[in-house]
Design a protein. Structure first.
Length: 437
């Protein structure tokens, strides 16, 4: 039986159709072209490049050499037949091998193996040496700190071009600083002085106070609590009396209305004709008469005389002030000096002694009232002798906020925990009315 083989044989190449004559167009020509010679030529070209370069491109001096001495290292005896493995190892390519140096990997991985990233938060040796020199006091450049000699809010306004032309875009103007920015904040204390940001506590606020300080503070806080309770009871009593008076007046009004309704049918009604004639007996009002020309002239002369008298008095006072202008300047200088002395005395007093922040000239500045100070007082039965059993009183954040309010730094605000939501109106659709049989 004959052996069945493929048309291409056992070479592993693709099937070919070289012998078939071309009877179609260009597509059939391209399909049946034999490119075996081209492929063999490319393979041979790659081999020549591996051996050292293309033979046709090299010169004769590179390809041939003239040997006049012979090979002295060649043994006299013929060497044995070399192995195939030695031949393969002896072959060396002219193309350089792949470098074995470590190259940086990709920044992105397939999430299977974590990639190593370069740390950027380290300090170099040069920077470390510079920091050590600065720590030792060796500075290369020293920056002198100077106060600003100008006010950024007083910068000149930008020059705005003429905007008469419609195609010119106006330059937006910068916001102006408020006048109160340069003014000192007004304190809410009774004497108008600014208290300390962190007031120094008195002896009665201690957790282990002296008996006299604690007793005086306890009596003071007790009296405040009693006064507040008395005011609350008085307000409730006044409200109760007000409600009772309103109810009493409403009852009296209802009773008077009922009596008027009952007496309306008992009394005899009067005839309207007699009542209408009562208005005719009243005397008629005198109509204002027009002023004569003589009266108008007299009034005009009187006003002119009054104006001249005022002008003469003002000029006389001005001449008197011009004569004693030196005395006025001395008085103003003396008054200014006294004012500076008073301010310096007040500043020294405020620096030496704390300002009482409990007596305020007003409790409300703005829309909301000033928050009350926390009662940081421990009752006698709650005093502890051990710090382990001590319970701290007060809140530093609330104290600092209230201090800023009293010193006039900020305005009182109310905490809004939730944002106000829009009101929604629910309506019921009457689509059942549109149903038609």
């Amino acid at each position: 039986m004959p052996l069945l083989q493929t048309r291409a044989g056992d070479s592993g190449e693709a099937p070919k159709q070289f012998n078939q004559p071309s009877r179609k167009g260009k597509k059939a020509w391209r399909k049946n072209i034999d490119v075996t010679e081209v492929e063999d030529g490319l393979v041979e070209l790659n081999k020549e490049i591996i051996r050292g370069g293309v033979v046709k491109e090299k010169s004769s001096a590179e390809l041939f050499t003239l040997d006049v001495k012979g090979d002295a290292s060649r043994p006299k005896k013929l060497s044995k037949k070399t192995l195939r493995a030695d031949e393969i190892i002896a072959q060396r390519s002219a193309v350089p091998a792949v470098s074995m140096r470590k190259r940086p990997g990709d920044k992105f991985s397939d999430a299977l193996v974590p990639t190593k990233r370069h740390k950027s938060n380290w300090v170099s040796q040069k920077e470390l040496a510079r920091l050590k020199q600065i720590a030792d006091g060796q500075h290369d450049t020293t920056v002198a700190v100077r106060d600003a000699t100008y006010d950024i809010w007083d910068a000149p306004a930008p020059v705005v071009p003429d905007t008469d032309m419609p195609d010119v875009i106006p330059i937006p103007s910068r916001p102006k600083a408020p006048k109160t920015l340069k003014q000192e904040p007004i304190a809410l204390t009774a004497n108008g002085k600014h208290p300390r940001a962190v007031p120094k506590p008195k002896g009665g606020y201690s957790y282990n106070p002296v008996f006299t300080d604690y007793e005086s503070r306890l009596a003071e806080e007790s009296q405040k609590a009693l006064d507040a309770e008395r005011k609350r009871l008085e307000a409730e009593e006044a409200e109760r009396q007000k409600k009772e008076a309103a109810a009493r007046s409403a009852a009296e009004a209802e009773a008077a209305e009922a009596r008027a309704n009952l007496s309306e049918w008992e009394e005899d009604s009067e005839w309207e004709g007699f009542q209408s004639g009562a208005e005719d007996d009243q005397p008629s009002k005198k109509r204002p008469e027009r002023k004569s020309q003589a009266q108008r002239n007299r009034i005009k002369r009187r006003k002119e005389e009054e104006r001249l008298a005022k002008h003469k008095a003002a000029m006389k006072a001005r001449r008197a002030q011009e004569q004693r202008i030196k005395e006025i300047a001395e008085e103003l200088a003396q008054r200014e000096q006294e004012k500076q002395l008073v301010l310096a005395r007040d500043a020294s007093d405020s620096a030496d002694s704390d300002v009482d922040d409990e007596k305020l000239r007003r409790r409300q500045l703005g829309k909301y009232k000033l928050p009350e100070k926390d009662l940081e007082l421990v009752l006698p039965d709650e005093l502890q002798e051990s710090l382990r059993l001590l319970k701290p009183e007060g809140n530093l954040m609330r104290d600092r906020y209230r201090s800023m309010l009293i010193r006039g730094k900020v305005e009182s605000r109310r905490h809004i925990p939730f944002k106000k939501q829009a009101k929604r109106k629910l309506t019921e659709k009457w689509t059942h009315k549109d149903f038609v049989l």
